[in-house]
Design a protein around this ligand. Sequence first.
Ligand SMILES: [Zn+2]
Ligand SMILES: [Zn+2]
Length: 91
Amino acid sequence: MSTPPASHKGEQRQIIACPECDYRPTPLDRWRCLPRCGTAFHTFWTRGTCPGCGLQWPWTQCPACQKRSPHERWYRVPEGSTEDAALEAQT
Ligand SMILES: [Zn+2]
Ligand SMILES: [Zn+2]
């Protein structure tokens, strides 16, 4: 697992949203490690890793539509970020 370095270079904005319904998780959302250790945690703060038992969940269930999607698919780069770069080049 390689985690991209959190550098300020390029300032690539990333959004987290449900691939199914576009729900954006809030800081108040919690996911439970069930049926394993039952720890409630924010899965996007730990990249899907349970702080209780250390299991990395490959799936993330949406609190809104209840569908499960691969954790990585929740991370998205918003469209139009290339457009921003082009605008910057003009000035
Ligand atoms: Zn959803
Ligand atoms: Zn756990």
